[in-house]
Design a protein around this ligand. Structure first.
Ligand SMILES: *[C@@H]1O[C@H](CO)[C@@H](O)[C@H](O)[C@H]1NC(C)=O
Length: 467
């Protein structure tokens, strides 16, 4: 979900010269940040004032809410917003997860609700596409030679539309709108899709270097939306951003696309020639098969597990260098390659438990939520962003520390529990996901956020129109 490239590059020569020194301090700082991050996050969880599942009886100003806005029930509005969005990419074709898929889901939903949406972005496949004008949704592709967003060009189009009739609010998905540009946009909110990755890959180090007295990176953005509770705690406690400017809105997925259907799952198993005994567990992993998604860890752990439990099966959906390695593990592993979006839901239905071995404490992985909507429990690392927001109790699955020993123990627990217990946990996952992680809940929360930014009246909760 993180950014592979800094979207709008600068070619500051001093930054290039100092890059070697950056990499040296990078390691030290990375360690430092991790320690602080883990420490603060564990502190923060103890002070969580409200339970997570179910509705809350909150009364007051939404900007003071210290829990995800998804928990609230927002009613309809007749107000129409005009919003500008900067996104690193816009999905062309199928790939599981990803920030661009989040943006597409959210803005399609807001456009359908009658808001005028203008997105400045590039196609995710980096090929030539014409702009999209679909009802209230307008997508402008402004690419440079490398296929990433040309900020100057994007701003030219932005300014033209803004002059015609001013935007109510501007939203950037992560650093799609870089901080030096963000400073010039007062009515701006940023959504942080995993601040860990932003810290590592943003221009933060450059800012630290040129101005050791202040980290101005985050404060270039006026309003901050976090996709996990732990990320908001870091922004408030470590970066000391004003509490009132930091909000939590969790990601949601289209729960009409990701639905529980055992028959579809059985058909998927037959199509790929997967036959397992009733008592054996079918695990599944999906996404890009690259190193930092944790595949070396799963590969090693699973190869140990199959020696003790020869009946277990792992389905691997996705493409990447680790696909070949998994295939070496023999008949216990089935590498399916990249799946069509329609097949993804079928894949989740075909498994008993979804494994997410990621090594990045990067926020909310959409695949976790998709699997939960399909009624599957999850096995994931115990990062604060995950245990504080998604797998908030073992009712929903299993967590492990990101090392082989811990993952092997967790896998053993999954196998010992067996398909019956997994189904029970899966049902709990589905209910929790529907109460928190739907595209509709997310869209309503963002809608109310932008309304509140435009007009303070909307910051009150509940309004007479709310449910
Ligand atoms: C970016 O867009 C500007 C304005 O249209 C243009 O002058 C510039 O050449 C473009 N840069 C790249 C790298 O494509």
């Amino acid at each position: 979900m993180g950014l592979k490239h800094q979207t709008c590059r600068t070619s500051s020569s001093s930054a290039n010269l100092l890059s070697t020194r950056f990499s040296t301090i990078l390691t030290t700082l990375a360690f430092l940040f991790t320690s602080i991050f883990m420490f603060i996050s564990s502190l923060g969880r103890q002070h969580q004032p409200l339970s997570f599942a179910g509705q809350t009886s909150y009364i007051g100003d939404l900007r003071d809410a210290r829990f995800p806005w998804n928990k609230l029930c927002f009613g309809p509005t007749s107000e129409r917003l005009k919003l500008a969005v900067f996104s690193k990419t816009w999905p062309a074709g199928a790939a599981p997860g990803g920030m661009e898929r989040h943006a597409s889901t959210l803005y399609h939903a807001l456009a359908v609700r009658g808001h005028e949406i203008h997105v400045f972005t590039v196609p995710s496949d980096r090929k030539q596409h014409s702009d999209i004008h679909d009802g209230n949704l307008h997508v402008y592709f402004a690419a440079n030679d490398h296929g990433s967003v040309n900020c100057s060009l994007a701003f030219e189009i932005f300014n033209k539309i803004d002059r015609n009739e001013a935007f109510d609010y501007v939203h950037t998905e992560s650093v799609s709108l870089p901080h030096w540009r963000a400073k010039m946009v007062p009515n701006l909110a940023v959504t942080w899709h995993g601040i860990w990755y932003e810290i590592m890959h943003s221009k933060l180090f450059e800012a630290l270097f040129s101005n050791p007295n202040g980290i101005r990176f985050f404060s270039s953005y006026k309003q901050h939306i976090c996709i996990s509770n732990s990320a908001s705690e870091v922004l408030v406690n470590i970066y000391q951003l004003p509490q009132r400017n930091v909000h939590v809105i969790l990601n949601g997925v289209d729960n009409t696309k990701f639905v529980q259907d055992p028959e579809v799952g059985a058909r998927f198993r037959r199509r790929y020639g997967i036959s397992v005994e009733r008592s054996n567990v079918v695990m599944g992993v999906a996404g890009r098969l690259v190193r930092d998604k944790g595949h070396p860890l799963l590969y090693e752990s699973f190869s140990l597990i199959t020696k003790r439990y020869p009946g277990v099966c792992l389905l691997v959906a996705g493409a990447g260098p680790w696909g070949r390695r998994y295939a070496e593990l023999g008949p216990n592993v089935k590498v399916l390659g990249a799946l069509e979006p329609s097949e993804l839901s079928e894949f989740y239905n075909a498994i008993d438990v979804f494994v997410n071995p990621t090594l990045r404490p990067q926020g909310l992985d959409l695949t976790l939520i998709e699997a939960m909507h399909c009624g599957k429990p999850v096995l994931t690392p115990n990062y604060p962003s995950i245990v504080g927001t998604v797998v908030i109790s073992d009712e929903y699955g299993y967590t492990f520390s990101p090392n082989v020993k811990s993952l092997v123990e967790a896998l053993e627990m999954v196998i010992t529990d067996g398909p019956h217990v997994l189904r029970k946990k899966g049902t709990a996952c589905k209910e929790y996901a529907i109460s928190m992680f739907t595209a509709a809940k997310m869209a309503l929360a963002y809608e109310r956020f932008f309304l509140c930014m435009k007009n303070n009246i909307y910051c009150q909760y509940p309004l007479p129109t709310d449910c």
